[in-house]
Design a binder for this molecule. Structure first.
Ligand code: ATP
Ligand code: MG
Length: 234
């Protein structure tokens, strides 16, 4: 079972949006998925309450995150996605500790970039692989990313923080599909939003595969070879 924790100290970075969109993407690809809403704001629970089939399964960690994860494991879950609050509360730290990989959404822009470092610090302390996902970026023009995005990327690279080579753009489709209790993968897999999420999911899946393979290689460094270069090293 793989655990993907969406974390960022910065409010509004896109944790809940990406948790729901990625979980629905994995579900649509035939995976057994559970989502854990570890944020008392309940954004993910609200989305889930609008879903007709009740899938992916949603749980809250009221009786402990480890217990929720143990149940998911028994049920044969392939992927657990954990949405967290924009804090460094114990439950967020536990969600990072339990992660196969931590995804840190960040909007391009100085305050968001600075906030990422706090989350990265926790992932590094817990020795968990992590990568930044640039979210709500200006739409590319002629396949060229905006200067703001290029600067953000350079900032992370300068700090040796792995960052996904793609971007999730600012698109109404990410919000409107969730408001309808659905997702980009379900409503518009061929739309720009649908294709961006599919690309992100594919990168995450391949990174997790690389992390898992490295884990079973004696002496293999788990932070090498990941598609996102998911890093552990300081
Ligand atoms: N790529 C995007 N395109 C358009 N809107 C987006 C995108 N990502 C996030 N948003 C919008 O930005 C707002 C904040 O996003 P979201 O709730 O996912 O952030 P969060 O990190 O979970 O916030 P919090 O820290 O409060 O939990 C929401 O209104 C969401 O619809
Ligand atoms: Mg949220």
């Amino acid at each position: 079972m793989n655990v993907i924790t969406l974390a960022s100290r910065k409010g509004g970075a896109g944790k809940s949006t990406l948790t729901a969109q990625l979980a629905a993407q994995a579900q649509a690809a035939g995976k057994r998925v559970t989502v854990i809403d570890a944020d008392p704001q309940g954004s993910l629970s609200l989305w889930h309450s609008l879903r007709k089939d009740g899938l992916p399964k949603l749980v809250t960690p009221e009786r402990g995150l480890d217990r929720a994860l143990a149940f998911a494991m028994i049920e044969g879950t392939d992927y657990v996605f954990i949405d967290t609050a924009p804090t460094m509360w114990v439950v967020v730290q536990e969600a990072i500790r339990a992660a196969t990989m931590v995804l840190i959404p960040a909007r391009p822009g100085f305050f968001d970039l600075a906030a990422v470092r706090e989350t990265v610090k926790v992932a590094r302390e817990r020795d968990r692989p992590y990568a930044v996902v640039i979210n709500a970026a200006p739409v590319k023009r002629d396949d060229k990313e905006a200067n703001l995005v290029a600067h953000s990327r350079a900032y992370f690279e300068g700090l040796q923080i792995p960052v996904w080579s793609g971007q999730i753009s600012q698109r109404a489709g990410f919000q409107s599909t969730l408001a309808a209790g659905a997702s980009a993968a379900e409503i518009g897999p061929a739309t720009a939003a649908g294709m961006e999420i599919a690309r992100l999911w594919s990168a995450v899946e391949r990174s997790i595969e690389a992390i898992n393979n490295a884990r079973f290689e004696p002496g293999g460094a788990a932070n090498e070879g990941g598609v996102m270069g998911a890093g552990r090293a300081a």
